[in-house]
Every structure is written in structure tokens, then in C-alpha cells.
Design a protein around this ligand. Structure first.
Ligand code: GDG
Length: 722
């Protein structure tokens, strides 16, 4: 088994010099996390190598060298880089997920390029994915990839991690491609996000866009279960904690201290990005200098801004504005021996960055939105004897864990000003206490743990899904069931109707049986060895209307009534008068839930909500159940949730009652029941241990077998009786 990581970028740095290429590993957080996984797991990466290579023979040479490192490059054309990466990924998905809705720029063919590159990643990855491998896809550039891989490898074990925020549905809905993106993600078995807030937003988009229900953290698809969970990413704690002990870092930090003298140093480190709140930070700092002149010449802000995405216009504009604003602040407050803002628009090496973390008294992290923000954690981890104070935006995912930071809203310059003052004047004791508590948290929730937790969860889901797959009737199992069928001479065949023999429709009366189904039932019934029963929650009138002419038996309203040898009988008397309190409660629910309605059957009340808004209906269902518990318990009635319905019926009978009655009367040598709903589980329980129970749709621990889709039921029965 190996772990195949598919990310937009490979963890390498390739540089060209006189037509020869140097390849170096670049150890980002992700690579570190993965390297700490069980060493017996072989790792293989697929990703863009980060440079444009035109020449095919050169591509081959680079590929060979990368394969030796267990990396496979996906080469992109200039146009793909422009439209997929800078275009759809960074000019649409990035601003949208960071709530910069007005920054979205739709370019021609961005979406086409995004789809094309996701397909390319799929084609390039497939040859490296073996049956038992774990596939872990990273981030928003590859949201369509899980489904693409699933389409080719239905049994694959696929995870996806979203490194940036997942926005609220109200924002996500503006994307014309929202449906395809969500369907793409649902190809995964496990979808990970940094925080439970993003998880909540993601789940609500599934409800609203795809009309899918999430059962706690599970989404039951027709043929699979997808899990969603929060995995807050951490850092390589020990690496940052020990950095200050490295001779190179000690040297640099000593030099820095000498240059900066006795000043209080506030540090910020980010990629150039509008989501990082760089301008808000400068504004807050400038306001601090304005309102606290006593700290001028005593406090400086050191800003490291790493160049990023400079081909995207928005980023080039931001750079200009940052340059100008820093110029204004320095112009206004600088003195001969003091510069308020030290601005470094370049990337530092690890030692240089660590030295900065070491000398900084305060870290000022002010993103307007940030999936997690690792800089905040790295700064805290780097601190040893001399404590540091973290000022952290509440909009960063990290704020959920780092509650001992001074938490600010970056939109409010007053809060930044006050936080700086609070940090400068904080007692050493308090600084140490806060730092110690946060170090405890981040030294536990490391990137190693993050990667381990994710892969462990994915492997666990694989086992669970395998169990689910094992129950699916394949050719071998069909042949086995058929052998039993052919050998028997007195058979009971009990079939549920809605969701089993017919698909669901918005209006229940539209679900009339198809001619193919009617002819199949007729064929089944023609065999004198067969007793065919349709066992449904529907009313006897409806069943009679649809199947009255066929030589089969019927069971209506969950066994309350049954038709045998052409005659209807009652297992349970019709309820003439329903309790008025119950009717009132349901009526109030209907008034507050547009497109829901009440069906009154002989022995049951059914609240239907298939046409109602899913989120609202779920809320109302919960409220309805709560309100009904007391009167239903008093009247010995059962509340049974079904597929987009809630049924209230006497608890004296269920769908298993009719099966038990028949089996007491006659001895059968072959019993088969098929159903899709939770109410059908009573049928599965009622049959003998050598009987055959088949669950349609999602997994049931009680049924022996499973047919994943309703559309496969008629073909199955046809083969069985052929
Ligand atoms: C995305 C999400 C999420 C920066 N400048 C230098 C340098 N860096 C390193 C930092 C840190 C990393 O880059 C930045 O990570 P962040 O988490 O702060 O932000 P993004 O790059 O936007 O990352 C983010 C992350 O994915 C992980 O899921 O936390 O929310 O946006 O490690 O140290 N490193 C060096 N020199 C620099 O000049 N050596």
C-alpha cells in the first residue's frame, strides 16, 4: 500500500540555469507532516513542478529525475497556468472562499481550463494508483479531482483536504459551477477542513445545492458514505522550537538585536495577499503611533511580505498600495535614527525567518480571512526563554485553538491599536503563562498529528466502506441467490414499493408502476411456486388501483391491511377519529413549512415534505417530533421517520407483522424481502436466518445484501426469475 498525494504543487524547487535544471526539495508544512507518517507507508506525489517547460525531451528528463524522488510532474501549458491557476483558482475560488466576493474576475474559459487541468491531473495520477493505495488530494485547485478518480476507480480510498476557508452558502451559491464543484468533492471518502465552522458551511452547501442530507458527519450517497470532519493543521513544532539553538540562527538573531537596539519589535510575515489584512495592519500600527507618541522611536514594525501571484492584477495593485502606505507612515513618523516600519518584500530562508521570530516581542497577525494561519503557530513555537505576545485576528482558523492570543477584529483599527498597547504593557508573568498554554496546544496538535489523524480516519472509513461494498450483490452473489431460488419450490417474495420497485417523485401519486414493472410482477406471479407480496406504507386504495388486476398479494399501511387471494382483510381497524392535539401540531407545522402536507390514511398520519426546502424541513421535523412525543406516547402511537416523510401510526404493527403472519400460516423454503427505508428493517428482522434480505440504497447493518441503486432492482429480479 502507498499514499499518493496529489497537490497543485510538488514540494520541489526547480531552477533553470543555462538550459540545465537544478531540482531541490522544498519542505513545506505538508511535506513535513507526511514525512512523519508511518515510515512503512511509501509516499508518492503528483503535482505541477512550478515551472513552465515547453521542450518535450526536457520534460522527460525532469520526469525521470523526479520519479527517482517519488514525484510525478504534471506539466502545464502557459495558457493552463494562466486560466486554471491564476484564473479559476486564484481569481475566482480564492477571493470567493475568503469573502472577497467583489474581487472575483470571470475570465473567458477559466472554468473550461479548470476542468481540463483537473482531468489532466486525473489522467496523470491514475497509472500510479494501485488498488490498496490511499489517495490524498490537496486543496481548492483540485476540487473536481476526487470524483474524476472515483469514476475510474470506484473502490479507491480517496481523501480531500481544503486548506482555505469554506464560505457560507450565501456566498458559495454565487458560483455558477457550485454544483459541479460539490459533486467533484463528494468523490472523496473523507473531506477535511481546518475548523468546524468551515465544516458547517460545507454541509449547509450540500443541503442547499445538492439537496443532500448530512447525518452528523456522514453523507449517505446512494452507493457510498462520505465523511466530513475538522482537522486543524499544525506545524512541525520541534523544528521551530529548536531553531533558535541553531548556530546560524543565533548568529543572525544576535546581529539583528544589535541593529535594532532596545526597541520593541512587532513582526508580521505573510505572502502578498489581500486576504492577509496587510493594509489594515499598517493602519492600526499608524494609529497606535499617532495616539501614543510616547512609544515613537521605541517600537518598530518589521513586515516580511513574500512575493506571490504577481501575475494576477489584483496582487500587483495591492503591492503598490502597500508600498505607498508604508511610505506615508514612514514619511510621517520616521526620525533620523528610527524607521517605524521595516519592510522586506522578499522571501527569507528558514534561518533568517527563525531569527526574526526569535527577536520579535510581538507577532501581529491580522488576516481578514485565513483558513488556518501557520505563521501564528510558528512564532509561538519559536519562543524559548524570552516570551512573545501574539495578536491574532479572529478571522483566522488558528483563533479557535489559540485562545490565549490577544484576539482582534482586523477591520477595527482601534482594536489593533489597543492590542499593541496591551501587548507592550503585559507583565512578563502573564506573557509566559499565555505562551506556555498556547505552546502546549500547538506542540500537541502538530502537523505530524494532523497528517496521521487524517490518514488514520481515511483508512478506518475504507474498512467501513469495504463492509458496505461486500454486501453489494455482485455476479457471484447473484448466482448463489439464484441457485437457492431455482432449487426451492415454495417461495415468499416480499417487495417494498416506493424507493424499491419505483423511484421517488415529488408528488407520491406520480409514482405509478411502469409497464416493465407490471410485466415483471406478472411473470413472477405466474410461477406457481411464488407468493409475491407488495408490502408498502401506501393506502390499500392506491395499491388496489395500481396492482388490483395482478395475481399478487398486497399489504398496505405497514401491514394494517392485507389482500390475500383477491380479498382485503384488516390486521388493524381503521382509525375514524384522530386525536385533535396531534392534528393541530401537524397543522401548525404545515403552515410553517411551505410545500409540505398531511396524508390521512386508514391507520396512519403522514407528514410529507419531499417538495419543501431541505434545511427548513429538517428543522421542522425535529420540532414536530419533539412536540409529538408526549401525545403519541400517551396514545401508544409510534413516530416513524421515512424517506422525506414522518409517519404517525399505532405501535401494534409494522412491516414485519404481515411477513410473520404469512410464515405462521405456511412454510416457505425460500424467503426474499427487498426494501429501501428504515421501516423495511422490520421486514429484514422478521424473516428466518436463511432468508434473503436486501437493502436498496445506503447501508443497513441488518440486511444481508445491498443493491446500491433503485434502478438496479428490476434488472436484479429479472435475472433472478429468468
Ligand atoms: C494556506 C492557507 C493555511 C512565509 N514567508 C516566508 C515563509 N513563509 C511561510 C510561513 C508559513 C507559510 O509560508 C504561510 O502559511 P500560512 O498558513 O500563514 O498561509 P498560506 O500560505 O496562505 O497557506 C492558510 C495553510 O494553507 C495551511 O493549510 O494555514 O490559511 O491560506 O509556513 O513560515 N517561509 C520562509 N520564508 C519566508 O519569507 N522560509
Amino acid at each position: 500500500m502507498k499514499l499518493v498525494i496529489i497537490a497543485n504543487r510538488l514540494p520541489v524547487k526547480i531552477e533553470e540555469k543555462n538550459n540545465s535544471y537544478s531540482i531541490k526539495r522544498s519542505e513545506g508544512g505538508l511535506a513535513t507532516g507526511l514525512s512523519s507518517l508511518d515510515t512503512s507507508i511509501e509516499k508518492f506525489w503528483v503535482g505541477w513542478p512550478g515551472i513552465y517547460v515547453d521542450d518535450k525531451s526536457l520534460q522527460k528528463r525532469i520526469t525521470r529525475r523526479l520519479h527517482a524522488m517519488h514525484f510525478h510532474p504534471v506539466f502545464l501549458s502557459q495558457e493552463q497556468i494562466e486560466k486554471y491557476y491564476e484564473g479559476y483558482s486564484n481569481s475566482i475560488l480564492w477571493p470567493l472562499c475568503h469573502y472577497f466576493f467583489s474581487y472575483i474576475e470571470y475570465g473567458s474559459c477559466f472554468w473550461e481550463a479548470y476542468k481540463e487541468v483537473n482531468t489532466l491531473f486525473c489522467e496523470e495520477s491514475l497509472p500510479f494508483i494501485d488498488e490498496n493505495d490511499i489517495v490524498w488530494i490537496q486543496d481548492y485547485q483540485l476540487m473536481l479531482l476526487p470524483k474524476k478518480i472515483r469514476d475510474h476507480k470506484p473502490q479507491a480510498n480517496i481523501g480531500y483536504f481544503h486548506h482555505i476557508p469554506f464560505p457560507s452558502f450565501e456566498l458559495f451559491r454565487v458560483l455558477p459551477e457550485r454544483k459541479e464543484l460539490l459533486e467533484g468533492l463528494l468523490g472523496a471518502d473523507l473531506i477535511g477542513l481546518h475548523t468546524h465552522d468551515y465544516m458547517r458551511h460545507f454541509i449547509s452547501s450540500l443541503y442547499r445545492v445538492l439537496d443532500l442530507n448530512c447525518d452528523l458527519d456522514e453523507i449517505k450517497l446512494q452507493d457510498r458514505t462520505v465523511h466530513v470532519d475538522a482537522f486543524p493543521m499544525g506545524i512541525n513544532y520541534q523544528k521551530y522550537h529548536d531553531a533558535a539553538l541553531l548556530p546560524a540562527v543565533r548568529k543572525e538573531s544576535a546581529e539583528l538585536k544589535k541593529k535594532l537596539g532596545n526597541q520593541t519589535i512587532i513582526l508580521s510575515v505573510d505572502r502578498l495577499d489581500y486576504s492577509k489584512g496587510i493594509l489594515n495592519r499598517i493602519k492600526g500600527f499608524a494609529q497606535f503611533l499617532e495616539n501614543h507618541p510616547e512609544y515613537r522611536e521605541k517600537v518598530s514594525l518589521a513586515m516580511i511580505v513574500t512575493p506571490s501571484r504577481d501575475n494576477v492584477e489584483r496582487y500587483a495593485d495591492l503591492k503598490t498600495r502597500i508600498d505607498q502606505t508604508i511610505g506615508q507612515v514612514n514619511g510621517k513618523y520616521a526620525t533620523v535614527g528610527w524607521t517605524p516600519i521595516h519592510y522586506y518584500y522578499r522571501s527569507f530562508d528558514f534561518e533568517g525567518l527563525s531569527a526574526m521570530y526569535d527577536v520579535a516581542d510581538i507577532a501581529l497577525v491580522t488576516p481578514l480571512r485565513d483558513g488556518m494561519n501557520l505563521v501564528a503557530k510558528e512564532y509561538l513555537a519559536s519562543k524559548r526563554e524570552k516570551p512573545g505576545v501574539l495578536i491574532l485576528s479572529e478571522m483566522a482558523g488558528a483563533a479557535i485553538e489559540l485562545t490565549d492570543a490577544i484576539i482582534i477584529n482586523p477591520m477595527d483599527a482601534n482594536e489593533i491599536e489597543n492590542a499593541i498597547l496591551q501587548a507592550i504593557t503585559m507583565s512578563e508573568h502573564e506573557k509566559k503563562e499565555r505562551l506556555w498554554r498556547m505552546q502546549k496546544t500547538i506542540s500537541n496538535q502538530t502537523v505530524q498529528k494532523w497528517a496521521n489523524d487524517f490518514v488514520k480516519e481515511l483508512s478506518y472509513i475504507k474498512k467501513q466502506n469495504e463492509e458496505i461494498y461486500q454486501k453489494i450483490i455482485d455476479k457471484k452473489q447473484l448466482a448463489q441467490i439464484k441457485r437457492q431460488y431455482d432449487r426451492s419450490s415454495h417461495r415468499l417474495l416480499v417487495l417494498d414499493y416506493d424507493g424499491t420497485l419505483a423511484p421517488f417523485y415529488k408528488k407520491p401519486e406520480e409514482a405509478a408502476p411502469s409497464p416493465i414493472l407490471l410485466s415483471l410482477l406478472e411473470k413472477m406471479a405466474k410461477d406457481p411456486a411464488n407468493h409475491v407480496v407488495i408490502n408498502s406504507g401506501r393506502s390499500s386504495e392506491m395499491l388496489e388501483k395500481w396492482f388490483g388486476d395482478l395475481p399478487i398479494d398486497l399489504s398496505a399501511e405497514h401491514s394494517a391491511l392485507y389482500k390475500e387471494n383477491g380479498e382485503w382483510h384488516e390486521n388493524f381497524k381503521k382509525i375514524e377519529q384522530w386525536d385533535s392535539e396531534i392534528l393541530d401540531i401537524i397543522q401548525r407545522t404545515i403552515e410553517k413549512t411551505p410545500n409540505s402536507w398531511l396524508e390521512i390514511k386508514n391507520t396512519a398520519l403522514v407528514w410529507h415534505y419531499r417538495k419543501a426546502d431541505t434545511w427548513l424541513a429538517n428543522l421542522r421535523e425535529e420540532q414536530l417530533v419533539r412536540a409529538l412525543i408526549e401525545p403519541c406516547t400517551r396514545l401508544n402511537l409510534q413516530i416513524v421517520p421515512g424517506n422525506k416523510i414522518l409517519e404517525i401510526k399505532p405501535s401494534a404493527f409494522n412491516k414485519g407483522t404481515e411477513i410473520k403472519r404469512r410464515m405462521q400460516k405456511e412454510k416457505f423454503d425460500f424467503v426474499l424481502v427487498i426494501g429501501d427505508d428504515t421501516t423495511d428493517e422490520d421486514m429484514f428482522r422478521a424473516i428466518p436466518s436463511d432468508g434473503i434480505s436486501i437493502k436498496v440504497g445506503d447501508f443497513s447493518p441488518i440486511a444481508k445484501y445491498r443493491i446500491s441503486l433503485q434502478s438496479k432492482v428490476i434488472p436484479f429480479l429479472t435475472k433472478l426469475i429468468s
